[in-house]
Design a protein around this ligand. Structure first.
Ligand SMILES: [Zn+2]
Length: 214
């Protein structure tokens, strides 16, 4: 069975597909678990974006979809990997150029098992102050927000700031910019993973980064 292209699925859940195409997609989604789950994940993203929060899902659901499919393919090869960096706006020269006015905003998308951690780091001009806003989505449990998950920003082993994801799986942390900050995320019963937040660009192989503070 051919799956629905992710762009079409994204349009489908936004109700922006032409009716004839929409009915084809609806029929496929009714019969295909995989596409149905993905559609549900997209609805989560849209739901969060519709809330009056300061946080907008960066670059939208198609990017998460692409990352999701790519991660699934890699998962078959490296099932034991604790986490991987799927997207970093600093590694996308075209994007950075197009957004010169907000060059201090950086977007990061990590995968921790089946959970996607989508983040934006904003720093003020001429200031060390920064804010990290993020959202977690569990691709294995669409429709169930990743709420109540503790996230802790670490400088080495030192706890710099912390937050707990809210009912939409969102979290927000304010902090002072420093190199090599990492975000500790503990999903379910798994051991915490440490996601690089600053200094990621120097890492040649971010996905192979260590699992604990060194
Ligand atoms: Zn399908």
């Amino acid at each position: 069975m051919r799956h629905v292209p992710q762009e079409s699925l994204a349009e489908f859940v936004r109700h922006t597909l032409p009716p004839s195409e929409a009915s084809q997609v609806r029929q496929h989604v009714a019969e295909c678990r995989e596409c149905a789950d993905l559609a549900e994940m997209f609805r989560d993203v849209i739901r969060v974006g519709a809330n009056e929060s300061a946080y907008e899902p960066p670059a939208g659901i198609v990017r998460i979809a692409k990352a999701h499919f790519e991660a699934q393919q890699r998962e078959a090869v490296h099932p034991k990997r604790a986490f991987e960096l799927l997207f970093d706006s600093l590694a996308q020269p075209a994007l950075v150029g197009a957004r010169a006015s907000v060059a201090s905003a950086r977007q990061l998308l990590y995968r921790v098992g089946t959970v996607y951690v989508d983040m934006r780091v904003d720093s003020e001009v001429n200031s060390e102050r920064a804010a990290l806003v993020g959202q977690m989505l569990d691709s294995a449990r669409p429709g169930h927000p990743v709420s109540g998950v503790p996230v802790i920003l670490l400088d080495g082993r030192k706890n710099v700031a912390s937050a707990i994801s809210n009912n939409n799986g969102e979290f927000q942390i304010e902090f002072l910019l420093k190199n090599n900050l990492r975000l500790s995320v503990t999903v379910g019963d798994a051991a915490p993973v440490y996601l690089p937040i600053t200094g990621v660009e120097e890492r040649k192989r971010p996905a192979g980064a260590s699992r604990g503070p060194n």
